[in-house]
Design a protein around this ligand. Structure first.
Ligand SMILES: Nc1ncnc2c1ncn2[C@@H]1O[C@H](COP(=O)(O)OP(=O)(O)O)[C@@H](O)[C@H]1O
Ligand SMILES: Nc1ccn([C@H]2C[C@H](O)[C@@H](COP(=O)(O)OP(=O)(O)O)O2)c(=O)n1
Length: 441
């Protein structure tokens, strides 16, 4: 089975959400949700639901592209409210859909807007063979979730090649009720990726309190959460920088951050810090295995702990920091925004702004190398790759989105450094920039 993150994403947008995310043009004036399928690397292809038998959409590719003939297609969604139980439920479904009877299916990420225009996250499940097994297994999976399982969408191709969606509510043991049956028709692509409005609540935290409250919700589920909070609470709030300069080095993995930060430390007699800091790094694996909401909140709190270390150290010597808030934000944005680089939030968007309560560095340098050189360095290093590093290699779109997000950061922005030359030359460039921005050291 193909890895879901490498597959298309499907997005449902309601008309009533237009204030948050402008819906596809064809959706305006309709009291029905509309949704968009995004092929890997391709444009969004958007659809809406219609009662009209004769509607032919906007002449764009037909919706049959996501129902494999002679197969069938299903969708299921859970609330995307940025709460720990919802995020964990989504993760549980994702794991179950990789196993057993779903092994033969293609599972696509799904964002949709359900009743009262509430954002929901879920999956589109393409079964290439059809037959009753997948539907039965999905029903069983949903019923196992509790008393009010989310509805099951079933997509069927009609005689003329048109597509219908049936939305079923599962009732009692074995019962189900048809909530709606509507035709699926093509509409225009939305101007803003639908995940953009929720970014600040679901992935990119702009205050200590926002990140803290997510980790606090985890204390009964993840014992390490309490230890993280204890450390955060011991740190002085609103840490202030000392008189020595604070330089952050950012970049994708294997761009040379460790090499550069170590050399800068030696050259400037600086203190070297990294985010996440050593005091919480033993819990990193635990949080890396959690859904985005929890994982990013952990890294965000790590930045606040590092801020207190920077405050203290910068009263005594220059400080160089290996990754900081820009990493947390850039990876979070690139993970949440599916598809092409153009889907990222526009420049100057609020997600690119530095959190007001987080100590600001004097200079942030972004190391960049060509994708080919980066892969050579990764291979040369010969370390075991993390899942995300493998993903980075496999998915150049993701890599581009991380790098572009870094470049859009503001206040402070990232100053790009070409890190392809020799170690010595890169160090010379970096030291020159530090001198230029931070004066004599
Ligand atoms: N300028 C350079 N030229 C060639 N190889 C480099 C250069 N800088 C770093 N490397 C090598 O590339 C690999 C990745 O560098 P590293 O500093 O660990 O990157 P990061 O900390 O960003 O993951 C290491 O094997 C390192 O020795
Ligand atoms: N300050 C930070 C540092 C790392 N992260 C996240 C971003 C990515 O998901 C990973 C990348 O971490 P990194 O490449 O430094 O991992 P290693 O130290 O190389 O093991 O961690 C973060 O969100 N915030």
């Amino acid at each position: 089975m193909l890895h879901p993150s490498r597959l298309a994403r499907l997005t449902l947008l309601p008309r009533s959400l237009s204030a948050m995310a402008a819906p596809p043009a064809g959706c305006s004036g309709q009291a029905r949700p509309c949704f968009a399928v995004e092929g890997p690397g391709s444009d969004l292809v958007c659809f809406t639901l219609s009662d009209s038998e004769g509607a032919s959409g906007s002449g764009r590719p037909g919706p049959r592209c996501f129902v494999p003939a002679p197969g069938r297609c299903y969708s299921l969604c859970v609330p995307a409210t940025p709460s720990v139980p919802a995020a964990r439920l989504h993760r549980r479904l994702q794991q179950r859909l990789r196993q057993g009877p779903f092994g033969r299916c293609r599972v696509l990420g799904l964002l949709c807007y359900g009743a009262q225009a509430a954002l929901e996250k879920g999956f589109l499940i393409q079964d290439p063979q059809g037959g009753p097994e997948t539907e039965r297994a999905l029903e069983e999976l949903l019923r196992g979730l509790g008393e009010l399982p989310p509805p099951l969408g079933v997509y069927e191709a009609g005689e003329l090649g048109e597509l219908w969606q049936c939305l079923w509510a599962l009732r009692g043991p074995g019962g189900r009720e048809l909530l709606r049956r509507a035709r699926v028709v093509a509409v225009e692509e939305p101007p803003l990726h639908p995940a953009v409005p929720g970014l600040r609540h679901a992935a990119v935290f702009h205050s200590l309190e926002a990140a803290r409250s997510v980790v606090e919700q985890c204390t009964s589920l993840i014992p390490e959460a309490t230890a993280v909070l204890d450390l955060v609470d011991k740190c002085p709030k609103h840490s202030k920088k000392g008189e020595f300069p604070v330089i952050v080095i950012e970049g994708l993995d294997a761009t040379g951050k460790t090499t550069v930060t170590q050399s800068v430390k030696d050259s400037l007699n600086a203190l070297l810090l990294r985010s996440p800091p050593a005091c919480i790094s033993q819990w990193r694996k635990t949080f890396d295995d959690e859904p985005t909401l929890i994982r990013r909140a952990f890294y965000a709190l790590g930045n606040y702990i590092v801020a207190s270390e920077i405050a203290k150290a910068s009263t005594e010597s220059p400080v160089v920091v290996d990754r900081y808030w820009h990493s947390t934000a850039a990876y979070a944005i690139a993970t949440e925004i599916s598809g092409k680089v153009q889907n990222l939030p526009p420049t100057h968007h609020e997600v690119y702004q530095w959190p007001e309560d987080l100590l600001k560095p004097d200079l942030v340098l972004l190391l960049t190398v060509s994708p080919e050189e980066r892969i050579r360095r990764l291979q040369g290093r010969g370390l075991e790759k993390t899942e995300e590093e493998t993903e980075l290699e496999a998915n150049s779109l993701f890599r581009q989105k991380v790098e572009e997000s870094y470049k859009r950061m503001e206040n402070p922005g990232c100053q790009e450094v070409d890190a392809s030359p020799s170690r010595e030359e890169v160090l010379r460039t970096v030291l020159h920039l530090i001198k230029k921005h931070c004066g004599s050291l």
